[in-house]
Design a protein around this ligand. Sequence first.
Ligand SMILES: [Zn+2]
Length: 434
Amino acid sequence: MGRTSRKRHQKKKLNIKEITENEEHSLMYLKSWLLTKNCSSVYNLTPFNFFTTGRGLKTLKDIKINDILIKLPYEILITTSILSQSNVSILFSKIQYYSAQCVLAVFIIYESHLGNASKWHYYINSLPRNLTNPDFCTQKEKNLLPKFIIDYMDEFHKVCNDFRLLIKSMNNLKLNGEGHCSHCNLHLKKIITFEKYKWAYYIVNTRAIYIDEAEIETNQNINIKYPNNLALAPFLDLFNHSIYSTTHASVVTNKNGNKFYQINTLNSFNSESQVFINYGAHNSLKLYIHYGFFIPYNPLDEIYFDISDIKVCFDIPKFKLDFIISNNLQKNMAFIRDGLNYNAICTLFIMNTQLQRDHWNIKIYGNSLTSEDKIGIYNMAKLILNFKKNELLNHLINMKELKYCTQCFSIAINLIEEYITILNESYNSLCMFH
Ligand SMILES: [Zn+2]
Protein backbone atom coordinates (compact mmCIF):
# COMPACT_ATOMS: atom_id res chain seq x y z
CA MET A 1 0.00 0.00 0.00
CA GLY A 2 2.64 2.46 -0.91
CA ARG A 3 0.82 5.02 -2.95
CA THR A 4 2.16 8.37 -1.85
CA SER A 5 0.91 11.77 -2.77
CA ARG A 6 2.37 15.14 -2.10
CA LYS A 7 0.47 16.73 0.72
CA ARG A 8 0.41 20.06 -0.99
CA HIS A 9 -1.16 19.12 -4.21
CA GLN A 10 -4.65 18.63 -2.87
CA LYS A 11 -5.97 22.07 -2.10
CA LYS A 12 -9.65 21.94 -2.89
CA LYS A 13 -9.65 18.86 -5.07
CA LEU A 14 -10.48 15.77 -3.07
CA ASN A 15 -8.44 12.62 -3.28
CA ILE A 16 -10.27 10.50 -5.74
CA LYS A 17 -9.47 7.26 -7.40
CA GLU A 18 -8.82 7.56 -11.10
CA ILE A 19 -8.60 4.75 -13.61
CA THR A 20 -5.10 4.08 -14.83
CA GLU A 21 -4.53 2.80 -18.35
CA ASN A 22 -3.91 -0.71 -16.98
CA GLU A 23 -7.14 -0.65 -15.00
CA GLU A 24 -9.01 0.60 -18.02
CA HIS A 25 -7.84 -2.41 -20.00
CA SER A 26 -8.76 -4.85 -17.28
CA LEU A 27 -12.20 -3.27 -16.96
CA MET A 28 -12.80 -3.56 -20.69
CA TYR A 29 -11.76 -7.21 -20.54
CA LEU A 30 -14.13 -7.73 -17.64
CA LYS A 31 -16.97 -6.20 -19.63
CA SER A 32 -16.23 -8.37 -22.70
CA TRP A 33 -16.09 -11.45 -20.48
CA LEU A 34 -19.48 -10.60 -18.93
CA LEU A 35 -21.00 -10.10 -22.37
CA THR A 36 -19.98 -13.67 -23.20
CA LYS A 37 -21.66 -14.78 -19.95
CA ASN A 38 -25.19 -13.80 -20.85
CA CYS A 39 -24.88 -10.43 -19.18
CA SER A 40 -26.07 -8.01 -21.83
CA SER A 41 -27.09 -5.35 -19.28
CA VAL A 42 -23.47 -4.12 -19.04
CA TYR A 43 -23.39 -3.39 -22.78
CA ASN A 44 -24.30 0.30 -22.39
CA LEU A 45 -22.20 0.92 -19.29
CA THR A 46 -18.59 1.92 -19.57
CA PRO A 47 -15.92 2.74 -16.97
CA PHE A 48 -14.93 6.40 -17.07
CA ASN A 49 -12.90 8.94 -15.07
CA PHE A 50 -15.28 11.57 -13.79
CA PHE A 51 -14.00 14.89 -12.52
CA THR A 52 -15.88 14.81 -9.23
CA THR A 53 -15.72 11.13 -8.31
CA GLY A 54 -12.86 9.62 -10.30
CA ARG A 55 -13.52 6.09 -11.51
CA GLY A 56 -17.19 5.40 -12.15
CA LEU A 57 -19.65 4.03 -14.70
CA LYS A 58 -21.01 6.06 -17.57
CA THR A 59 -24.18 5.13 -19.40
CA LEU A 60 -24.15 5.21 -23.18
CA LYS A 61 -27.94 5.52 -23.42
CA ASP A 62 -30.71 7.33 -21.54
CA ILE A 63 -31.87 5.42 -18.48
CA LYS A 64 -35.44 5.93 -17.34
CA ILE A 65 -37.03 5.46 -13.93
CA ASN A 66 -37.56 1.73 -13.19
CA ASP A 67 -35.14 0.64 -15.93
CA ILE A 68 -32.79 -2.23 -15.19
CA LEU A 69 -29.34 -0.91 -14.29
CA ILE A 70 -27.65 -4.27 -14.19
CA LYS A 71 -28.74 -7.89 -14.33
CA LEU A 72 -26.10 -10.44 -13.37
CA PRO A 73 -26.53 -14.19 -13.87
CA TYR A 74 -26.33 -15.97 -10.52
CA GLU A 75 -23.42 -18.12 -11.65
CA ILE A 76 -21.13 -15.11 -11.88
CA LEU A 77 -21.82 -14.05 -8.29
CA ILE A 78 -19.10 -15.30 -5.95
CA THR A 79 -20.59 -16.68 -2.74
CA THR A 80 -19.20 -19.04 -0.11
CA SER A 81 -20.60 -22.00 -2.06
CA ILE A 82 -17.84 -21.42 -4.62
CA LEU A 83 -15.38 -23.02 -2.23
CA SER A 84 -16.67 -26.49 -3.05
CA GLN A 85 -14.94 -26.04 -6.43
CA SER A 86 -11.70 -24.68 -4.99
CA ASN A 87 -8.47 -26.35 -3.80
CA VAL A 88 -8.25 -23.82 -1.02
CA SER A 89 -11.22 -25.37 0.80
CA ILE A 90 -8.70 -27.69 2.49
CA LEU A 91 -7.79 -24.71 4.66
CA PHE A 92 -11.09 -24.52 6.46
CA SER A 93 -11.07 -26.96 9.32
CA LYS A 94 -14.35 -28.66 10.16
CA ILE A 95 -14.11 -27.81 13.84
CA GLN A 96 -14.01 -24.04 13.37
CA TYR A 97 -16.60 -21.53 12.23
CA TYR A 98 -15.56 -18.93 9.66
CA SER A 99 -17.22 -15.69 8.58
CA ALA A 100 -18.41 -15.36 4.99
CA GLN A 101 -15.93 -12.44 4.64
CA CYS A 102 -13.07 -14.72 5.62
CA VAL A 103 -14.04 -17.49 3.19
CA LEU A 104 -14.48 -15.07 0.28
CA ALA A 105 -11.24 -13.26 1.11
CA VAL A 106 -9.26 -16.50 1.07
CA PHE A 107 -10.86 -17.45 -2.23
CA ILE A 108 -9.90 -14.08 -3.75
CA ILE A 109 -6.27 -14.42 -2.60
CA TYR A 110 -6.00 -17.93 -3.97
CA GLU A 111 -7.57 -17.07 -7.33
CA SER A 112 -5.41 -13.97 -7.52
CA HIS A 113 -2.23 -16.06 -7.11
CA LEU A 114 -3.42 -18.37 -9.94
CA GLY A 115 -3.16 -15.41 -12.32
CA ASN A 116 -4.58 -16.12 -15.75
CA ALA A 117 -5.10 -19.77 -14.79
CA SER A 118 -8.02 -18.61 -12.63
CA LYS A 119 -11.44 -18.88 -14.17
CA TRP A 120 -12.16 -15.57 -12.44
CA HIS A 121 -9.12 -13.66 -13.60
CA TYR A 122 -11.07 -11.01 -15.53
CA TYR A 123 -12.82 -10.12 -12.31
CA ILE A 124 -9.74 -10.47 -10.07
CA ASN A 125 -7.72 -8.23 -12.40
CA SER A 126 -10.39 -5.55 -12.17
CA LEU A 127 -10.02 -5.26 -8.40
CA PRO A 128 -8.08 -2.26 -7.10
CA ARG A 129 -4.64 -3.13 -5.66
CA ASN A 130 -4.62 -0.17 -3.30
CA LEU A 131 -7.48 0.51 -0.94
CA THR A 132 -8.05 3.75 0.89
CA ASN A 133 -9.86 2.73 4.08
CA PRO A 134 -8.14 4.34 7.10
CA ASP A 135 -6.91 0.91 8.15
CA PHE A 136 -4.41 1.14 5.28
CA CYS A 137 -2.74 4.22 6.76
CA THR A 138 0.81 3.56 7.96
CA GLN A 139 1.32 3.20 11.72
CA LYS A 140 2.86 6.67 11.81
CA GLU A 141 -0.24 8.06 10.11
CA LYS A 142 -2.60 6.11 12.36
CA ASN A 143 -0.93 7.70 15.37
CA LEU A 144 -1.96 11.07 13.97
CA LEU A 145 -5.60 10.19 13.24
CA PRO A 146 -8.11 11.80 15.59
CA LYS A 147 -9.83 9.61 18.13
CA PHE A 148 -13.21 9.94 16.44
CA ILE A 149 -11.79 8.08 13.44
CA ILE A 150 -9.69 5.52 15.34
CA ASP A 151 -12.58 4.65 17.67
CA TYR A 152 -14.75 3.60 14.75
CA MET A 153 -12.14 1.48 13.00
CA ASP A 154 -13.53 -1.79 14.30
CA GLU A 155 -12.63 -4.11 11.42
CA PHE A 156 -8.94 -4.48 12.19
CA HIS A 157 -9.36 -6.92 15.06
CA LYS A 158 -11.64 -9.08 12.90
CA VAL A 159 -8.92 -9.24 10.25
CA CYS A 160 -6.39 -10.30 12.92
CA ASN A 161 -8.69 -12.89 14.52
CA ASP A 162 -9.56 -14.45 11.18
CA PHE A 163 -5.93 -14.61 10.19
CA ARG A 164 -4.96 -16.27 13.46
CA LEU A 165 -7.44 -19.09 12.71
CA LEU A 166 -6.09 -19.42 9.19
CA ILE A 167 -2.48 -19.58 10.39
CA LYS A 168 -3.40 -22.30 12.85
CA SER A 169 -5.03 -24.29 10.10
CA MET A 170 -2.14 -23.75 7.68
CA ASN A 171 0.36 -24.89 10.33
CA ASN A 172 -1.67 -28.05 10.95
CA LEU A 173 -1.72 -28.81 7.25
CA LYS A 174 2.03 -28.31 7.09
CA LEU A 175 2.62 -30.70 9.99
CA ASN A 176 0.68 -33.35 8.08
CA GLY A 177 2.59 -32.62 4.88
CA GLU A 178 -0.52 -31.16 3.27
CA GLY A 179 -1.53 -27.76 1.93
CA HIS A 180 0.63 -27.45 -1.17
CA CYS A 181 -0.94 -25.73 -4.14
CA SER A 182 -1.63 -28.18 -6.95
CA HIS A 183 -0.83 -25.48 -9.48
CA CYS A 184 2.58 -24.26 -8.31
CA ASN A 185 3.41 -26.53 -5.35
CA LEU A 186 3.89 -23.54 -3.04
CA HIS A 187 2.57 -24.08 0.45
CA LEU A 188 -0.59 -22.10 1.26
CA LYS A 189 1.37 -20.36 4.03
CA LYS A 190 3.40 -18.65 1.32
CA ILE A 191 0.31 -17.74 -0.67
CA ILE A 192 -1.96 -16.45 2.09
CA THR A 193 0.01 -13.77 3.90
CA PHE A 194 -1.37 -11.27 6.39
CA GLU A 195 -0.91 -8.37 4.00
CA LYS A 196 -2.85 -10.15 1.27
CA TYR A 197 -5.51 -11.25 3.72
CA LYS A 198 -6.08 -7.71 4.90
CA TRP A 199 -6.38 -6.49 1.32
CA ALA A 200 -8.79 -9.26 0.35
CA TYR A 201 -10.87 -8.85 3.52
CA TYR A 202 -11.42 -5.18 2.71
CA ILE A 203 -12.10 -6.00 -0.95
CA VAL A 204 -14.93 -8.22 0.27
CA ASN A 205 -16.12 -5.77 2.89
CA THR A 206 -16.24 -2.81 0.53
CA ARG A 207 -17.66 -4.61 -2.51
CA ALA A 208 -19.90 -7.48 -1.42
CA ILE A 209 -23.64 -7.28 -1.85
CA TYR A 210 -26.17 -8.97 0.40
CA ILE A 211 -28.29 -11.75 -1.00
CA ASP A 212 -30.84 -14.02 0.61
CA GLU A 213 -29.08 -16.77 2.55
CA ALA A 214 -31.53 -19.28 1.11
CA GLU A 215 -30.09 -18.54 -2.34
CA ILE A 216 -26.61 -19.73 -1.28
CA GLU A 217 -25.89 -23.42 -1.61
CA THR A 218 -24.56 -24.77 1.66
CA ASN A 219 -21.22 -26.46 1.61
CA GLN A 220 -21.28 -29.43 4.01
CA ASN A 221 -17.50 -29.36 4.48
CA ILE A 222 -17.23 -25.87 5.94
CA ASN A 223 -18.92 -24.26 8.91
CA ILE A 224 -19.88 -20.71 8.06
CA LYS A 225 -21.04 -18.22 10.65
CA TYR A 226 -24.49 -16.75 10.35
CA PRO A 227 -25.33 -14.69 8.34
CA ASN A 228 -23.89 -16.31 5.24
CA ASN A 229 -25.35 -13.75 2.85
CA LEU A 230 -22.45 -12.09 1.03
CA ALA A 231 -21.76 -12.19 -2.68
CA LEU A 232 -19.13 -10.51 -4.82
CA ALA A 233 -20.72 -9.17 -7.94
CA PRO A 234 -18.35 -8.47 -10.84
CA PHE A 235 -18.89 -5.08 -12.51
CA LEU A 236 -21.67 -4.10 -10.14
CA ASP A 237 -18.94 -2.95 -7.73
CA LEU A 238 -17.94 -0.24 -10.20
CA PHE A 239 -21.03 1.87 -9.55
CA ASN A 240 -20.33 4.86 -7.34
CA HIS A 241 -22.49 5.85 -4.41
CA SER A 242 -24.87 8.77 -4.26
CA ILE A 243 -27.03 9.53 -1.30
CA TYR A 244 -29.68 10.82 -3.72
CA SER A 245 -29.93 7.57 -5.67
CA THR A 246 -32.55 4.95 -5.01
CA THR A 247 -32.45 1.44 -6.35
CA HIS A 248 -34.39 -1.74 -5.99
CA ALA A 249 -32.57 -5.08 -5.95
CA SER A 250 -34.32 -8.37 -6.69
CA VAL A 251 -33.75 -11.94 -7.79
CA VAL A 252 -35.49 -12.76 -11.05
CA THR A 253 -35.82 -16.07 -12.88
CA ASN A 254 -36.22 -16.22 -16.66
CA LYS A 255 -38.37 -18.69 -18.57
CA ASN A 256 -35.47 -21.15 -18.81
CA GLY A 257 -35.20 -21.20 -15.05
CA ASN A 258 -31.95 -19.15 -14.92
CA LYS A 259 -31.64 -16.86 -11.94
CA PHE A 260 -30.37 -13.28 -12.06
CA TYR A 261 -29.51 -10.62 -9.51
CA GLN A 262 -31.12 -7.47 -10.82
CA ILE A 263 -30.95 -3.83 -9.84
CA ASN A 264 -33.56 -1.37 -11.05
CA THR A 265 -33.04 2.33 -10.62
CA LEU A 266 -35.70 4.68 -9.30
CA ASN A 267 -33.82 7.62 -10.84
CA SER A 268 -33.25 8.60 -14.44
CA PHE A 269 -29.84 9.20 -16.03
CA ASN A 270 -29.02 10.95 -19.29
CA SER A 271 -26.87 9.32 -21.87
CA GLU A 272 -23.15 10.03 -21.28
CA SER A 273 -23.67 10.78 -17.59
CA GLN A 274 -22.52 8.86 -14.53
CA VAL A 275 -24.85 6.23 -13.08
CA PHE A 276 -25.02 5.92 -9.31
CA ILE A 277 -26.43 3.44 -6.86
CA ASN A 278 -26.86 3.91 -3.11
CA TYR A 279 -24.67 2.03 -0.62
CA GLY A 280 -26.91 3.03 2.27
CA ALA A 281 -27.61 6.04 4.48
CA HIS A 282 -24.00 6.54 5.56
CA ASN A 283 -22.39 9.70 6.86
CA SER A 284 -18.91 10.70 5.65
CA LEU A 285 -17.08 9.03 8.53
CA LYS A 286 -18.80 5.72 7.90
CA LEU A 287 -18.17 5.96 4.17
CA TYR A 288 -14.48 6.62 4.78
CA ILE A 289 -14.07 3.80 7.30
CA HIS A 290 -16.02 1.18 5.38
CA TYR A 291 -15.50 2.20 1.76
CA GLY A 292 -12.40 4.41 1.79
CA PHE A 293 -14.00 7.57 0.39
CA PHE A 294 -16.51 10.24 1.28
CA ILE A 295 -18.50 12.83 -0.64
CA PRO A 296 -18.69 16.50 0.42
CA TYR A 297 -22.01 18.12 1.36
CA ASN A 298 -23.41 14.89 2.79
CA PRO A 299 -26.66 15.92 4.52
CA LEU A 300 -26.20 13.10 7.08
CA ASP A 301 -23.02 14.59 8.55
CA GLU A 302 -23.13 15.72 12.15
CA ILE A 303 -20.18 16.81 14.27
CA TYR A 304 -20.66 15.18 17.64
CA PHE A 305 -19.70 16.58 20.99
CA ASP A 306 -20.11 15.17 24.47
CA ILE A 307 -20.37 16.17 28.09
CA SER A 308 -16.60 16.34 28.46
CA ASP A 309 -16.46 18.93 25.64
CA ILE A 310 -19.12 21.00 27.44
CA LYS A 311 -17.20 20.69 30.71
CA VAL A 312 -14.14 22.25 29.08
CA CYS A 313 -16.22 25.39 28.49
CA PHE A 314 -18.76 25.40 31.35
CA ASP A 315 -19.38 23.99 34.81
CA ILE A 316 -22.41 21.73 34.94
CA PRO A 317 -24.25 21.66 38.29
CA LYS A 318 -24.81 18.08 39.40
CA PHE A 319 -28.64 18.32 39.50
CA LYS A 320 -28.64 19.48 35.88
CA LEU A 321 -26.19 16.80 34.77
CA ASP A 322 -28.33 14.14 36.48
CA PHE A 323 -31.41 15.33 34.59
CA ILE A 324 -29.53 15.39 31.27
CA ILE A 325 -28.19 11.87 31.74
CA SER A 326 -31.42 10.39 33.07
CA ASN A 327 -33.18 11.70 29.94
CA ASN A 328 -30.36 10.48 27.67
CA LEU A 329 -30.00 13.96 26.21
CA GLN A 330 -26.20 13.79 26.23
CA LYS A 331 -26.18 11.06 23.59
CA ASN A 332 -25.23 12.05 20.03
CA MET A 333 -25.30 15.80 20.65
CA ALA A 334 -24.10 17.38 17.45
CA PHE A 335 -23.49 20.46 15.37
CA ILE A 336 -25.27 20.30 12.04
CA ARG A 337 -25.12 22.69 9.09
CA ASP A 338 -28.31 24.35 10.34
CA GLY A 339 -27.01 24.79 13.87
CA LEU A 340 -27.66 22.15 16.53
CA ASN A 341 -29.46 18.82 16.61
CA TYR A 342 -32.29 18.14 19.01
CA ASN A 343 -30.30 16.57 21.87
CA ALA A 344 -27.75 19.37 21.77
CA ILE A 345 -30.51 21.99 22.00
CA CYS A 346 -32.14 20.22 24.96
CA THR A 347 -28.89 19.72 26.88
CA LEU A 348 -27.79 23.31 26.41
CA PHE A 349 -31.24 24.54 27.37
CA ILE A 350 -31.01 22.66 30.68
CA MET A 351 -27.51 24.05 31.21
CA ASN A 352 -28.67 27.61 30.57
CA THR A 353 -32.11 27.78 32.16
CA GLN A 354 -33.00 29.59 35.39
CA LEU A 355 -36.38 27.86 35.57
CA GLN A 356 -37.30 25.40 38.30
CA ARG A 357 -36.87 21.74 37.43
CA ASP A 358 -40.60 21.00 37.10
CA HIS A 359 -40.74 23.36 34.09
CA TRP A 360 -37.94 21.63 32.15
CA ASN A 361 -39.92 18.78 30.62
CA ILE A 362 -42.59 21.00 29.11
CA LYS A 363 -39.89 23.24 27.67
CA ILE A 364 -37.88 20.53 25.95
CA TYR A 365 -40.63 18.09 25.05
CA GLY A 366 -43.31 20.70 24.41
CA ASN A 367 -41.33 22.55 21.76
CA SER A 368 -41.82 25.81 23.62
CA LEU A 369 -38.40 27.44 23.64
CA THR A 370 -38.54 31.24 23.55
CA SER A 371 -36.22 33.48 21.53
CA GLU A 372 -34.44 34.30 24.74
CA ASP A 373 -33.92 30.58 25.47
CA LYS A 374 -32.51 30.12 22.00
CA ILE A 375 -30.08 33.02 22.24
CA GLY A 376 -28.73 31.57 25.48
CA ILE A 377 -28.41 28.10 23.95
CA TYR A 378 -26.71 29.37 20.79
CA ASN A 379 -24.24 31.50 22.68
CA MET A 380 -23.14 28.49 24.70
CA ALA A 381 -23.03 26.41 21.53
CA LYS A 382 -20.70 28.90 19.85
CA LEU A 383 -18.10 28.49 22.60
CA ILE A 384 -18.24 24.70 22.42
CA LEU A 385 -18.11 24.86 18.65
CA ASN A 386 -14.95 26.95 18.73
CA PHE A 387 -13.36 24.48 21.11
CA LYS A 388 -14.22 21.56 18.77
CA LYS A 389 -13.02 23.50 15.77
CA ASN A 390 -9.68 24.27 17.42
CA GLU A 391 -9.29 20.60 18.26
CA LEU A 392 -9.79 19.72 14.59
CA LEU A 393 -7.46 22.51 13.44
CA ASN A 394 -4.74 21.16 15.73
CA HIS A 395 -5.17 17.68 14.29
CA LEU A 396 -4.96 19.14 10.84
CA ILE A 397 -1.72 20.98 11.59
CA ASN A 398 -0.10 17.80 12.94
CA MET A 399 -1.39 15.68 10.09
CA LYS A 400 -0.21 18.11 7.43
CA GLU A 401 3.29 18.06 8.87
CA LEU A 402 3.84 14.62 7.34
CA LYS A 403 5.79 15.30 4.19
CA TYR A 404 4.66 12.22 2.30
CA CYS A 405 1.51 10.34 3.09
CA THR A 406 -0.67 7.58 1.69
CA GLN A 407 -3.83 8.39 -0.19
CA CYS A 408 -5.91 6.97 2.67
CA PHE A 409 -4.34 9.51 5.02
CA SER A 410 -4.96 12.37 2.57
CA ILE A 411 -8.63 11.41 2.62
CA ALA A 412 -8.61 11.67 6.43
CA ILE A 413 -7.21 15.19 6.01
CA ASN A 414 -10.00 15.99 3.53
CA LEU A 415 -12.56 14.61 5.98
CA ILE A 416 -11.35 16.84 8.79
CA GLU A 417 -11.40 19.83 6.45
CA GLU A 418 -14.98 18.90 5.57
CA TYR A 419 -15.83 18.75 9.29
CA ILE A 420 -14.36 22.22 9.78
CA THR A 421 -16.48 23.50 6.88
CA ILE A 422 -19.57 22.02 8.53
CA LEU A 423 -18.65 23.68 11.85
CA ASN A 424 -18.25 27.01 10.04
CA GLU A 425 -21.68 26.63 8.45
CA SER A 426 -23.13 25.66 11.81
CA TYR A 427 -21.55 28.74 13.40
CA ASN A 428 -23.05 30.98 10.74
CA SER A 429 -26.46 29.42 11.34
CA LEU A 430 -26.13 30.01 15.09
CA CYS A 431 -25.19 33.64 14.45
CA MET A 432 -28.17 34.25 12.18
CA PHE A 433 -30.46 34.03 15.19
CA HIS A 434 -30.58 37.21 17.23
ZN1 LIG B 1 -0.22 -22.19 -6.87
